[in-house]
Ligand binder design. Sequence first.
Ligand SMILES: [Zn+2]
Length: 319
Amino acid sequence: MRTRELNRWLGRLTHLTPHQREQVKAHLQDMAGRDAVSELLEERAAPTHCPTCQGKHLVRHGQADGLQRFKCRGCGITFNGLTGTPLARLRHRQKWLAQAKVLEDGLSVRMAAARLGVHRTTAFRWRHRFLTVPRTVMDRHQAGVVEADEMYFLRSFKGQPRRLHAATARLARRRGGHATKRGLSDEQVPVLVVRNRAGQTADFGLPSANKAGLLAVLPEAVTGDAVLCTDGSAMLAAAARQLGLEHHGLNTLRGERRRGAWHIQNVNAYHSRFKGWLQRFRGVATSYLPNYLGWYRALDRNAQTGAQTASLLALAIAV
Ligand SMILES: [Zn+2]
């Protein structure tokens, strides 16, 4: 638009009613949000291979919907940086950055819906779509001094049909006949959290709250030469012994909190921060627990690196 034309156009803004002005403002904000998202995508999501045939011979193929389009010379399909990501078919791109901010601020679904101007079911769907990637991102195979501890969560069927509650509860009770350790019941979901002294964090839902469960996850959690610090749990000690890991168990039952360099204060502090943060959601369904764990890991990593909202958006599309 020419400057003179623009000035005439701007002059006419004075004829708008307050309500229309708000509409224009909202429209401009939407456009800015959309541009910000597109920019981030262009910057970070330059595809290196075809999502269909994995071919590497890609050419730029115009723009579509505000995004650079690519064409694969191998199979001929066209795609953009979002193709194949959890956000590929999500609408209202102008609100995605705001959605990332919602995650950063840890808003409840109700508050998120109000801030984003969407229905609560949409806010809920977006939350979990944005958490598809974060739930998988964690610091596996940790080295150095690694503090390990178990967290327990009450099993919850929140948001699921009542008949499913009853059926699953029956199943849980039947299973509860065997596997009980340290006063654990099937009402609780065990999660092993490991955090090394560099602040790297990972967590693993345990298939069972016993040594076998720990043996299933520990090789993925730590490297063979890691030094494991625990609260002295016999299960963890037995699993560490079997894997040949150096292990220092504190006698926490006797009040021992530290022995030289050995303590679990980092992982314990992480527990309390996570549980404190989780309270705002008033109980989460067990099936969604990995999403919340991944969400909090992302916030924790961002806090360490000083990263902001944009990294949560980038993480949602795995770039
Ligand atoms: Zn292809």
